[in-house]
Write a protein that binds this ligand. Structure first.
Ligand code: NDP
Ligand code: 2IT
Length: 450
């Protein structure tokens, strides 16, 4: 980037930081976008004249509310609920809910901001939003989870709707939580609508939605490899996380003939040099989705090594799929991945690589697919769930999977279109940011000063 752009980015960021103090993850997400977009905006004065970036970093609406509930001991607990309605230029607000003790305004604003660009990349008509709570679902009984979800929805329901804002899952929010949330919405509003996605298959859910984010991240890795005339077959793959995204990334990797060798949770990671096969994956699904246990149990069951308190990036691999959380690959870990021969990173999680790690990937000229492109398959399939709800007609697994696959191919093409540099290197960060920006920015211009 030229010095002029550096100055402009720094000036822009100084204002964002002053206006949103302490929201470090939000600053990080905005800076990455602004660094990519600033040169493009300068070349296209219609965007700078209309203050598009200045408007985009300000959420259309932020909702913050009290979530009181009674635990199994009869004690009253108080959590904080949020919904960030970031941008509705191209469709109703759309994005997940995260239940995790670390949740705060800055984290949800970063996620909502990313979501705006991601949703635009899917080509489907969805604006961007995100919400959640600092509620910790770990070690809670099923009844406690239900009571919390009911209290959360009792307030959230007045702000959302199938044509207004359509939440879904994220960390700590899966099929079980969506069920309790949906039940409470229906009870209060007396409406059976597609107000949430990730619903159960008997009550308006879409086939392949649970699989979609993990499958999509693997499809994206495959598309990146194709640009070098390679495939995933026989590639050794490290994966972090062992939740929704990680589980189905592993399944698709197995289908494609790759060898997934690690999984993790917030306590540590397991390394299975023989590869995680379908039978072992079934064990993980039961462990995580039914027993709600720790990944360490995999090591005990299959007699492999468990690394307490560590992340899997020291393991030799061709491909890395971070599928746990933000900032889970730092500069040193990125360098270690490169030294060990890793040359494909496809991000299932949102912003899993720190800015310094991203710099390492781009300097090393590897195939690096940032989250807003690589993990867009989840929200894209949520968009397909909304379509099926509107039609009141479900599609088959094959139909949804085929559409998901095509959307990931299209997102990859958009990244190539806007991210290919003069020397031929595809900078997917730039490609995804500019590709996602244009449709939202043009829609904002069409709709006046909104
Ligand atoms: P889950 O709650 O199903 O799983 C999360 C996994 O990541 C768990 O193994 C969890 O371990 C681990 N994890 C969470 N927080 C941390 C942390 N602070 N440090 C270390 N490990 C952590 O969530 P998902 O699989 O749905 O989400 C994973 C990532 O993918 C997130 O970044 C999310 O935003 C992103 N994403 C999800 C989509 C979806 O459709 N679900 C769509 C697009 C992106 P533990 O159980 O110990 O907490
Ligand atoms: O980060 C994400 O894209 C999600 N958690 C999925 C959002 C959705 O609305 O399906």
């Amino acid at each position: 980037m030229s010095e002029l752009f550096d100055v402009q980015v720094n000036e822009f960021m100084a204002k964002v930081i002053a206006k949103n103090p302490g929201e470090t993850e939000f600053h990080q997400a905005v800076k990455e976008i602004v660094e990519s977009i600033m040169p493009f905006v300068q070349e296209n004065p219609k965007y700078s004249n209309k203050k598009i970036l200045e408007r985009m970093v300000e959420p259309e609406r932020v909702i913050l509310f009290r979530v009181p509930w009674v635990d199994d001991k009869g004690e009253i607990q108080v959590n904080r609920g949020y919904r960030i309605e970031m941008n509705s230029a191209i469709g109703p607000y759309k994005g997940g809910l995260r239940f995790h003790p670390t949740v705060n305004l800055g984290i949800l604003k970063f996620l909502a901001f990313e979501q705006v660009f991601k949703n635009s990349l899917t080509t489907l008509p969805m604006g961007g939003g995100k919400g959640g709570s600092d509620f910790d679902p770990k070690r809670k009984s099923d009844n406690e989870i239900m009571r919390f979800c009911q209290s959360f929805m009792t307030e959230l329901q007045r702000h959302i709707g199938p044509d207004t804002d359509v939440p879904a899952g994220d960390i700590g929010v899966g099929g079980r939580e969506i069920g309790y949330l949906f039940g409470q919405y229906k009870r209060i509003r007396n409406e059976f609508t597609g107000v949430l996605t990730g619903k159960g298959i008997n009550w308006g859910g879409s086939l392949i939605r649970p699989e979609a984010t993990g499958y999509g991240a693997v499809y994206f890795a495959e598309e990146m490899l194709k640009t070098r005339n390679e495939t995933l077959k026989d590639k050794i793959v490290t994966i972090s996380g062992s939740g929704n995204v990680a589980q189905y990334a592993v399944e698709k990797l197995i289908h494609m003939g790759a060898k997934p060798v690690t999984l993790s949770d917030s306590s540590g990671f397991i390394y299975d040099p023989d590869g995680i096969d379908m039978e072992k994956l079934q064990f993980v699904l039961h462990l995580k989705n039914v027993k709600r246990g720790r990944i360490e149990e995999y090591a005990l069951k299959y007699n492999v090594k468990y690394y307490e308190g560590q992340r899997p990036w020291s393991v030799k691999c061709h491909v890395a799929l971070p599928c746990a959380t933000q900032n889970e690959i730092n500069k040193e870990e990125a360098e270690e991945l490169m030294l060990n021969g890793c040359y494909v990173v496809s991000e299932g999680a949102n912003m899993p690589s720190t800015p310094e790690a991203v710099e390492v990937f781009l300097k090393s000229k590897i195939l690096y697919g940032p989250g807003k492109a690589a993990n867009a398959g989840g929200v894209a399939t949520s968009g397909l769930e909304m379509t099926q709800n509107s039609m009141r007609l479900p599609w088959t697994r094959e139909e949804v999977d085929q559409r998901l696959h095509q959307i990931m191919i299209n997102i990859h093409e958009t990244c190539v279109k806007y991210g290919t540099e003069q020397n031929g290197y595809i900078n997917y960060v730039k490609g995804a940011n500019i590709g996602g920006f244009i449709k939202v920015a043009d829609s904002m211009i069409d709709q006046g000063v909104i």
